[in-house]
Design a protein around this ligand. Structure first.
Ligand code: ADP
Ligand code: MG
Ligand code: MG
Length: 253
């Protein structure tokens, strides 16, 4: 059993106008096996939270902590975070020209585990995971994300999650731009990681639709860099019915 704990996290970015605080005191604890949904309007800081957990250098933590069990995540490099079992599926996955999926997956898996995966079982694992996520076998020889559609990029993020077997996954709007088939395939992948690996998940989403396929035990409404309200799945139903208006300042609503 592991715990990812975020405590009173404040994060700023440097802009041309100076430093701007985006996260204004975020506190959130996720345990192995739990699914937490973060829902919130555009610009509320959801991706900033995801990028900060992953260690993006642009985001400066001015106070607060992120720990993974007894490890100080904020002291760790991006690579160390991945080796410790943190995984981020980005809202906008990047293309990696000149690197095939096969090479990328094997190199990343080796870096994360600290040893190369066994050749014979690895090829089979990759094929099996691709089949489950309905990714065509041809993708193995294509360059990472190059020319992939939005939905294909999201499936490939989940493919990495399946193969790397993280302790905790942060999925940043992995549902946006997916048709119903892809949404189901992606959700199945997340649900599998929960039942098979006891993964903990922070599912960031703008819409409630994915919550028909992945059931969070905890829902956090994120507004203006803070958790404005926490609840169970019923909170997502309320958002579905009423939107974010009641959480927004009158000027914003
Ligand atoms: P969300 O994911 O909830 O839509 P973001 O974390 O992307 O929100 O953005 C939160 C706020 O921080 C927004 O006002 C956005 O414009 C600003 N912001 C985030 N990243 C950057 C950046 N790299 N440069 C400038 N502003 C940023
Ligand atoms: Mg956004
Ligand atoms: Mg975002």
């Amino acid at each position: 059993m592991s715990t990812l704990a975020i405590k009173d996290l404040h994060v700023s970015i440097e802009t041309e106008q100076g430093s701007k605080e985006i996260l204004k005191g975020v506190t959130l604890t996720i345990k192995s096996g739990e699914i937490h949904a973060i829902m919130g309007p555009n610009g509320s800081g959801k991706s900033t939270l995801a990028s900060t957990i992953a260690g993006h250098p642009r985001y400066k933590v001015t106070s607060g902590t992120i720990t993974l069990d007894d490890l100080d995540v904020l002291e760790m490099s991006v690579d160390e975070r991945a080796r410790a079992g943190l995984f981020l599926a980005m809202q906008y996955p990047v293309e990696v020209p000149g690197v095939t999926m096969t090479n990328f997956l094997r190199t990343a898996k080796t870096a994360i585990d600290g040893e190369a995966p066994k050749l014979r079982t690895w090829a089979k694992d990759v094929r099996g995971a691709m089949e489950k996520l309905k990714i065509d076998a041809d993708f193995a020889n294509r360059n990472v994300n190059e020319g992939f559609s939005g939905g294909e990029k999201k499936r490939v993020e989940i493919l990495q999650m399946e193969l790397f077997r993280p302790k905790f996954a942060v999925l940043d709007e992995t549902d946006s731009g997916l048709d119903i088939d892809a949404l189901r395939v992606v959700s199945d992948g997340v649900n599998r990681a929960h039942s098979e690996n006891d993964m903990g998940t922070l599912l960031i989403t703008h819409y409630t639709r994915i919550l028909n396929y992945i059931t969070p035990q905890f829902v956090h409404v994120f507004v203006d860099g803070r958790v404005a309200e926490q609840g169970g799945p019923e909170l997502a139903d309320e958002l579905e019915a009423n939107g974010y208006d009641r959480f927004l300042a009158p000027a914003q609503a």
